[in-house]
Design a protein around this ligand. Structure first.
Ligand code: RIB
Length: 337
């Protein structure tokens, strides 16, 4: 697209450094004839349009990284952003925050704007980058990392938690407190985090005589998703006595739905969430959850990205962090006397 190519793209195509392209652009410093011709040819092929800001910034780091989040209304992501911003600030970088609303097209337009603004790197906490976009990002030479919603076998650097083991931990906890029939309210299955939690639930319970696929009910990773799903679940399985919700917002919706029905938590139905957002501490009853190291994941993503920016390292890598169970009143069954 005309005007979309950056100075980095020109340098890559011409096989020279950004600084060399800058010298050709600004006609300052020596560039041999052959190199200059390669640069000019690359500019023509890419329909490169230098602009004044770009020429000023050419080859320089701007000290800015961008973070693209999928849903700023979910408290998980502001807590993630807090870790990113604190780490970036410690390392002398500022952060531009973008909310994609889980919309791929909105995210693509953000990427185009960010490349023109010469951010030094991008943290993707969204999930709309497909394999093709990841390859394009790798070819663009703009450093980036993928945070949270990423498959482990990406060809780039991924920071995530162990969703599968975390789901098994949640279900095992409900079994340990004596639940006899456990359901799962799951997140959108286009998200790898939701898929891995569903898999962890199913692999833990499928051997029990009470297991049925209808014990897995779709939610939306949102509060109202949990509120509606628990209605459907109890219509199908009124004898359920344990619910594992795929994230804390849905678990809070489940608590609300059970309260509306006059069902006692945890004595009649125990509830466990996933994420570890701070709202779980003020819920009534306080919510048991499998907590992700949200702040630490964010800080690590910023540190890994900024190291890439400073060293030019392009090697892929997987950083998978452990989760931990935080037991609270929503699963603290009174020992039957
Ligand atoms: O609550 C939002 C969910 O989306 C979290 O579980 C996080 O892992 C992300 O995938």
């Amino acid at each position: 697209m005309k005007g979309m190519a950056t100075i980095r793209d020109v340098a890559k195509l011409a096989g020279v450094s950004v600084a060399t392209v800058s010298r050709v652009l600004n006609k300052n410093g020596y560039v041999n004839k052959e190199t200059e011709q390669k640069v000019v040819k690359a500019m023509q092929q890419l329909q490169y349009e230098p602009n004044a800001v770009a020429r000023g910034l050419a080859g320089k780091q701007t000290g800015t990284i961008a973070l693209i989040l999928p849903d700023i209304s979910n408290p998980f992501f502001p807590e993630l952003a807090r870790g990113i911003e604190d780490a970036a600030q410690r390392l002398g970088f500022t952060v531009i925050l973008c909310n994609s609303d889980d919309q791929g097209q909105k995210e693509k337009s953000y990427i185009e704007v960010l490349r023109k603004k010469y951010v030094d790197g991008i943290i993707f906490a969204s999930n709309t980058l497909g394999q093709e976009e990841v390859v394009q990002m790798k070819q663009s030479s703009l450093p980036f990392v993928i945070l949270d919603r990423a498959v482990a076998n990406q060809v780039c650097t991924v920071i995530r938690c162990n969703n599968y083991e975390g789901a098994k931990m949640a279900v095992q906890h409900l079994l340990d407190i004596g639940c006899q029939k456990i359901a799962h309210i799951y997140g959108p299955q286009e998200l790898i985090t939701a898929r891995e939690r569903l898999r962890g639930y199913e692999e833990t319970v499928k051997g029990f005589p009470w297991y049925s696929p209808s014990l897995m009910v779709p939610g939306s990773f949102r509060f109202d998703g949990g509120l509606q799903a628990v209605e459907e679940l109890l219509r199908l399985h009124p004898d359920v006595d344990g619910i594992f919700a795929g994230n804390d917002l849905m678990a809070l919706g489940v608590l609300k739905g059970l309260k509306r029905k006059g069902i006692a938590v945890p004595d009649q139905i125990a509830v466990c969430g996933f994420d570890g957002i701070s709202l779980t501490e003020i819920a009534e009853p306080e919510l048991t959850t499998v907590a992700q190291p949200i702040y630490e994941m964010g800080a690590m993503a910023a540190e890994v990205l900024i190291k890439k920016i400073k060293t030019g390292d392009t090697n892929p890598g997987l950083f998978e962090l452990e989760v931990r169970l935080i037991q609270r009143d929503s699963t603290r069954k009174r020992v039957r006397g």
